[in-house]
Design a protein around this ligand. Structure first.
Ligand code: IPE
Ligand code: IPE
Ligand code: MG
Length: 200
């Protein structure tokens, strides 16, 4: 296997983790957010790892119960505001991927704020996939290239994607062995690792 320079994680199993302890599903998301912090700090201290891309909210996740979606939006806002200091302390650059235009204006503002404030950091790049789906990402890329006169090359398509970097190692927690519309183009040659461990 290549060095794991770019690791991507499908953080699955929050709800089942909480239910197994007789707690509400949202508790699993809350603890899951703490694990995001732990794993990001861990990766930022390992110079071999350049990028960590985490699936936080998929284009399919809008189909969840309204209250759960609302909770996830609030949690994301809170997480980003709280973690800005941690990003800066660990020299981590935050780069969201996905179509964030679907989020509320205030959440978009928080996302852009953290992105701008960490733009100078040159350590680990942490990408959160927010309202992300590979199909949506590829469609938006194709539409960007639509008026191009020349034949579209792999490089041109790759550059038009939100995530322009191939994945070396793709991990999914929670026991399911599927990709759930995550980084389909970028994972063409990724090593795949599935674990039953629930994300929290
Ligand atoms: C993953 O955990 C987190 C998000 C999709 C936001 P789940 O909420 O999918 O937890 P399970 O898979 O139902 O246990
Ligand atoms: C994948 O988990 C999405 C995220 C981790 C954000 P899901 O739990 O939403 O995936 P499916 O629905 O089981 O495929
Ligand atoms: Mg799940």
């Amino acid at each position: 296997m290549n060095k794991a320079r770019h690791i991507a994680i499908i953080m699955d199993g929050n709800g089942r983790w909480a239910e197994a302890q007789g707690k509400k599903r949202v508790k699993g998301h809350e603890v899951g957010a703490d694990v995001v912090k732990t794993i990001t700090t861990y990766c930022s201290n390992n110079p071999e790892i350049e990028r960590l891309t985490l699936y936080a909210f998929s284009t399919e996740n809008w189909k969840r119960p309204r209250l759960e979606v609302e909770f996830l939006m609030k949690l994301l806002d809170r997480y980003l505001k709280k973690e800005l200091d941690v990003y800066l302390k660990n020299n981590v650059r935050f780069e969201p991927i996905g179509d964030i235009r679907a989020f509320s204006t205030s959440l978009q503002k928080t996302i852009k704020h953290v992105e701008e404030k960490t733009a100078h950091c040159d350590g680990l790049v942490q990408s959160l996939a927010l309202n992300y789906g590979s199909h949506n990402e590829i469609l938006r890329a194709v539409n960007k290239l639509r008026n191009c006169d020349e034949d579209i090359t792999e490089q041109m398509l790759s550059n038009a994607l939100d995530c322009k970097h191939d994945i070396d190692l793709l991990i999914r927690t929670g026991g399911d062995k599927r990709l759930s519309n995550f980084l389909l183009w970028q994972s063409a040659y990724a090593e795949l690792f599935f674990t039953d461990t629930l994300w929290p």
